[in-house]
Design a protein around this ligand. Structure first.
Ligand code: DGT
Ligand code: CA
Ligand code: CA
Length: 572
């Protein structure tokens, strides 16, 4: 899937244009399109085959043409045009977060910075800090971001699960259509829904290995075949440059192979040693007593044979799941169909791409019984936050739509900035008129984050605290926050915490979601959707909750509308 690549190149065009003092609207068009394409859960190439790319909200005709050119030729002449006179070593600087075009321009013109080493030097000798608008704080931030960048480049690259999902779906679908193939399943860290994956592992059940391998290596998604044998073929996926290992397995061993290649390795080790104690041998072909195979067709059969409860893939990490399964004490995890509403969504009133009506229809498609609208609040000028008047207009529109749609209830909410002093972004009367308030920190990340969140949690009108660590998996460490203390406060105040299902956030993550649950805090899983396609990310939030061992009772948006309304009712 080339979405990330395409988004990256568009965003670099935007920065390069800005360096050249080009027209503001032109620059914004490129950054908007970059973001829209990055957020797509569908493969842009597939979309371009079925429909016009301009159907993606935020992508205009001019940019669509350039994207098409890139998809067809692997090149974007606009990018080459705007970067022709910028040296390559300088282009790397575009990848450093928080280094905007204005600063880049000043660094270049006034300090002669031409590459990363130069940048480090001018920070060290203090001349960076003396530039207009910069200071010690910006210097510190940039030093951190350089570190993150260098780590990312140096480390063995891992992919965000959301980056690879569409491609896996596509390849699985194609494999299912191959003659003689009766089952296809992703395995490895992907099946365990880890937030990042190192490579992809796919299993196919078939009795015609050669045919499967031949068809597979000819797929258009295959960039390069690394090795191809009778049972295993490894390829590099076009666009993503991720490795995929495909294994063909006979029917009687499919469950054993699926279990083995799903891992994790530590889980497998635990299972095998348990089996040994019972005089059994477990490997990727099956379960054996002496040399006789006694199970292997399905995972269910294998766990049962070992006298274990079935262990869902998401918790196979050797964190005590095998011991619990022996005792029959595994919790029933939140199910993928249990969610009844998405409460953190944005519309055109702020920085979303869709109307409320469109979100309502999408929610009905998902079978949801409620939908929460939560656009940005008034101080959030970076995201076109709602003035008091806009908010009133939006509430009126929701009232009307609620009369029109009887299958679903639309709830009035806001994603309210937590201001530098910890207060919320509207006064009491406004907040009181809403069904729920999601509080989040969006600016001044370095200022007393813990105290601000705790103060916000004391506010009777706050319902949910969103993305409390503020991390972006691919780019940014979280805020400097004492999460333990925030969790205790949330618990004391009876507030809900969010699991943000967007694949680059997943915040809370599996560890702190578990911690929150153990303290007795209720959680809500939301997509933070800025367009319809982002509703699809809900499954990742559910995956994270399952990895945290959470039952559906831990998640408030699994409740029926009636109970949900009770759960979000404010105490004050
Ligand atoms: P990744 O790709 O780094 O995100 O993580 P995994 O878990 O997908 O690891 P990978 O691709 O190396 O191998 C897939 C599964 O195969 C792994 O979860 C467990 C199994 N496996 C691989 N190598 C070994 C091994 O040496 N011993 C055992 N017991 N299992 C292995
Ligand atoms: Ca893997
Ligand atoms: Ca692998």
């Amino acid at each position: 899937m080339k979405n990330h690549e395409v988004a990256e190149i568009l965003s670099k065009i935007a920065k390069a244009l800005a360096l050249k003092d080009e027209n503001f609207f032109k620059i914004r068009a490129y950054s908007r399109a970059a973001r829209a394409i990055k957020d797509l859960p569908e493969d842009i190439e597939e979309i371009s085959k079925k429909e016009s790319i301009t159907n993606i909200p935020g992508v205009g005709e001019g940019i669509a043409k350039k994207v098409k050119e890139y998809l067809e030729t692997g090149k974007m002449s606009k990018y080459e045009e705007v970067t022709r006179d910028i040296p390559k070593s300088f282009l790397t600087l575009l990848d450093i977060r928080d280094l905007g075009s204005k600063t880049l321009g000043a660094l270049h013109k006034e300090l002669g910075v031409e590459n990363l080493d130069d940048l480090k030097k001018v920070i060290e000798d203090g001349s960076f800090q003396k530039l207009e608008g910069l200071g010690d704080k910006s210097a510190k931030k940039i030093i951190e971001n350089i570190k993150v960048y260098e780590e990312r480049m140096g480390k063995e690259h891992r992919f965000l699960i959301g980056e690879v999902m569409a491609t896996v779906d596509q390849i699985v679908k194609k494999l299912k259509e191959v003659d003689s193939v009766s089952r296809v399943a992703p395995a490895g860290s992907y099946r365990r829904v880890k937030e990042t994956v190192g490579d992809l592992d796919i299993l196919v059940e078939s009795n015609d290995n050669r045919k499967v391998m031949k068809k597979f290596t000819a797929f258009s998604e295959v960039k390069k075949v690394l090795e191809s044998g009778e049972t295993k073929t490894s390829i590099v996926v076009e666009g993503l440059d991720i490795q995929m290992d495909l294994r063909v397995v006979p029917k009687e061993s499919f469950g054993a192979a699926l279990m083995y290649f799903t891992g994790s390795k530590d889980h497998n080790v635990r299972i095998r040693s348990l089996a040994l104690k019972r005089g059994l041998k477990v490997n990727e072909y099956g379960v054996f007593r002496n040399d006789t195979m006694v199970a292997g067709k399905t995972e269910e059969e294998i766990y049962k044979f070992l006298n274990l409860q079935f262990i869902p893939p998401e918790i196979r990490e050797d964190r005590g799941e095998v011991e619990k399964a022996i005792e029959g004490q595994l919790p029933k995890l939140l199910g993928y169909d249990d969610i009844k509403g998405n409460l953190h969504t944005h519309t055109r009133y702020s920085d979303g791409e869709n109307t409320i009506r469109e979100l309502v229809k999408k929610s009905i498609e998902f079978g949801y019984s409620y939908l929460g609208i939560s656009d940005h609040s008034k101080t959030a000028s970076y995201a076109n936050g709602l003035s008091v008047n806009d908010l009133k207009k939006q509430c009126d529109e929701i009232d009307k739509l609620n009369k029109e749609f009887d299958k679903i209830r639309i709830l009035k909410g806001i994603e309210c900035d937590i201001l530098p002093d910890g207060s919320l972004d509207y006064d009491e009367n406004i907040l009181k008129s809403l069904d729920f308030v999601i509080g989040a920190i969006h600016s001044n990340f370095k200022k007393k984050v813990t105290q601000r969140m705790e103060k916000a949690l004391e506010n009777p009108y706050l319902t949910v605290l969103a993305h409390p660590t503020g991390r972006l998996i691919s780019k940014r460490e979280g805020y400097d926050v004492d999460l333990g203390s925030v969790l205790d406060k949330a618990n004391k105040e009876g507030k809900i915490l969010e699991i943000n299902a967007y694949y680059d956030r997943l915040d809370l993550d599996e560890h702190n979601a578990r911690e929150a649950y153990k303290k007795g805090i209720k959680l809500m899983i939301n997509t933070d959707a800025h367009n319809l396609r982002m509703f699809d990310w809900m499954i990742l939030g559910i995956g994270i909750a399952r990895r945290a061992w959470l039952p559906s009772s831990a998640i408030v948006n699994t409740l029926t509308l009636k109970d949900f309304l009770k759960a979000i009712k404010r105490n004050g």
